[in-house]
Design a protein around this ligand. Structure first.
Ligand SMILES: NC(=O)C1=CN([C@@H]2O[C@H](COP(=O)(O)OP(=O)(O)OC[C@H]3O[C@@H](n4cnc5c(N)ncnc54)[C@H](OP(=O)(O)O)[C@@H]3O)[C@@H](O)[C@H]2O)C=CC1
Ligand SMILES: Nc1nc(=O)c2c([nH]1)NC[C@@H]1CN(c3ccc(C(=O)N[C@@H](CCC(=O)O)C(=O)O)cc3)C=[N+]21
Length: 371
C-alpha cells in the first residue's frame, strides 16, 4: 500500500533533487520570508512547512555566505530540507585545514593518522583510499599498512604497538570489518585510547555512556550525525529520538549521544516487534541498519528529522559501476513527510570522514598541548 501512496522503494530510488526552477522559486520565497536570519530550529515544531523546508546549515561561527537551500517545499507537495552533508563536511574540512596550518606554523607539528587495512574487500579499500585523500587535502600525514587477509592477529597487534609508540602518529584506525579469524575486541583494545580516533576503545565508549564523564574521542559516524543536527538547528533537548540499529560503531553510540543531549531515546533492532509504531513517535530518527529503503513514508511522524546512515548497494544497470548507493530510508517517500532528511550519498558518509580528520587534529592538539 505504501508504494501506491508514496512511490516505489522496492528496488531503487527516483531522482533525489528537485529541478532547478523549483529551487529558484523557493530561494526567492526564502528571502522574502526570512530576510535577516536563518531559522535556528528545525523539526517537529509548529513551524509551517514553507519555513521548515527552507532552513539550511548555519554555523555557530560567523559564516558570511551560507549555501543555498537544496530543496524546498512546493504548493500542495511538502518536501523536506535536504541536509547537505557534503557541503557541511567541506566547510569543516576547510576549518580543519586552517587550524592545521596554524598549528604547524606555531609548533612545527603536523597531525598524523595511521590506517591499518587487512584483506582485500573492495569497499574497505575504497574507504581507506578516501580517508587518505581527505588527509592529504587538509594537511594530515597519513601512514598506511595493508596486510593480506591471512595475516595473523599478532601481526596486526605488532603494527598497533608501533603506531602507539610513534610520536608522528596521533590517530590510529583499524578498518572494520576484520577477517573472521581475528578477534576484533583484542585488536580494538590494543589501540592506545589517546590515539583512538575512531572512538571504539571500550574506555572511550564507557566514558561516553557515563554521566559527567567525557570520552577522549567520540565515534565518527554518530558524531557526524549530531554535527548535522546541530548545524541545521534541530532542537534535541526533550525530543523523542529513535535509533534503528545498535551496533558498537553507529547505533549504540548514536543513542548515547542523543541521550547526552537530553533526548528521550528508543533503540530499535532486529528483534523489535512493530518497529514502525516506535519510529512513528519520533521527532528525530537515525537509521543505521544496512537494509536498503527499509523505512517507508508511513514509518515517520510528519515533520520529523531523519538521518540516514545506511549505505547499501543496489543494482543499477544505468550506472557505469553497475550499482548505486541507497540508504536505509526510502528517500522519495520520507522526504514528503519529514521536515529534513539526509541523502545517500552526500549525507552522513562525508561527515564520517570529516569527523575522523577532526578527531585526529584534536588528538595532535591534546598530545602537544596546543590550544
Ligand atoms: N555513512 C557512514 O559513514 C557509515 C555507514 N554505515 C552503514 O550503516 C549501516 C549500519 O552499519 P552498522 O551499524 O555497522 O551495521 P551492523 O550490521 O553492525 O548493525 C546493524 C544493526 O541493525 C539492526 N537490524 C538489522 N536488520 C534489522 C531490521 N530488519 N530491523 C531493525 N533492525 C535491524 C541489527 O540488529 P541486531 O543488533 O539485533 O542484529 C543491528 O543492530 C550499514 O548500511 C553500513 O554500511 C556504517 C558506518 C558508517
Ligand atoms: N574502523 C572503521 N571506522 C569507520 O568509520 C568505518 C569502518 N571501520 N568500516 C566501514 C565503515 C563505513 N564507513 C564509511 C565512511 C565514509 C562513507 C562515505 O564517504 N560515503 C559516501 C559515498 C562513497 C562512495 O561513493 O562509495 C557518501 O555517503 O556520500 C561511507 C561509509 C566508515 N566505516
Amino acid at each position: 500500500m505504501a508504494s501506491t501512496l508514496f512511490g516505489d522503494c522496492s528496488t531503487s530510488s527516483a531522482a533525489r533533487l528537485l529541478p532547478l526552477h523549483r529551487h529558484t522559486t523557493i530561494s526567492l520565497l526564502f528571502r522574502r520570508l526570512l530576510p535577516q536570519s536563518l531559522p535556528r530550529q528545525l523539526g517537529p515544531s509548529r513551524t509551517p512547512t514553507s519555513l521548515r523546508a527552507l532552513s539550511f546549515p548555519y554555523s555557530t561561527s560567523s559564516s558570511p555566505s551560507p549555501a543555498p537551500p537544496a530543496v524546498a517545499s512546493l504548493a500542495g507537495e511538502a518536501s523536506a530540507t535536504v541536509i547537505d552533508g557534503k557541503a557541511v563536511a567541506k566547510k569543516i574540512r576547510d576549518e580543519i585545514s586552517a587550524e592545521i596550518l596554524g598549528m604547524k606554523e606555531a609548533t612545527g607539528v603536523v597531525p598524523g593518522l595511521a590506517v591499518i587495512l587487512v584483506g582485500d574487500r573492495a569497499e574497505s579499500a575504497t574507504y581507506v583510499r578516501n580517508k587518505k585523500k581527505a588527509c592529504g587535502h587538509v594537511g594530515i600525514n597519513s601512514f598506511e599498512v595493508h596486510l593480506p587477509a591471512n595475516s595473523s592477529e599478532e601481526e596486526v597487534l605488532k603494527y598497533i604497538s608501533e603506531f602507539n609508540a610513534d610520536p608522528n602518529v596521533h590517530g590510529i584506525l583499524v578498518q572494520l570489518p576484520l577477517p573472521s579469524h581475528m578477534n576484533e575486541q583484542n585488536v580494538l583494545n590494543a589501540v592506545s585510547m589517546e590515539k583512538d580516533v575512531d572512538g571504539f576503545h571500550p574506555l572511550n565508549i564507557g566514558q561516553l555512556a557515563m554521566r559527567d564523564r567525557e570520552p577522549l574521542f567520540v565515534p565518527c559516524t554518530p558524531k557526524g550525525c549530531m554535527e548535522l543536527l546541530h548545524r541545521y538547528g534541530v532542537n534535541i533537548k526533550g525530543k523523542r529520538a529513535v535509533v534503528i540499529g545498535r551496533s558498537n560503531i553507529v547505533g549504540m553510540p548514536a543513542a548515547l549521544l542523543l541521550q547526552r543531549e537530553d533526548a528521550t531515546i528508543s533503540i530499535v533492532h532486529s528483534r523489535t516487534s512493530s518497529p514502525e509504531e516506535i519510529t512513528r513517535q519520533a521527532d528525530i530518527v537515525i537509521a543505521a541498519v544496512g537494509q536498503a529503503n527499509m523505512l517507508r513514508g508511513n514509518w515517520i511522524k510528519p515533520g520529523a528529522v531523519v538521518i540516514d546512515v545506511g549505505i547499501n548497494r543496489v543494482e543499477d544497470p544505468t550506472s557505469p559501476r553497475g550499482y548505486k548507493l541507497v540508504g536505509d530510508v526510502c528517500y522519495e517517500e520520507v522526504c514528503k513527510v519529514a521536515s529534513a532528511i539526509t541523502p545517500v550519498p552526500g549525507g552522513v558518509g562525508p561527515m564520517t570522514i570529516a569527523m575522523l580528520l577532526s578527531n585526529t587534529l584534536a588528538s595532535a592538539k591534546r598530545i602537544h598541548n596546543f590550544h
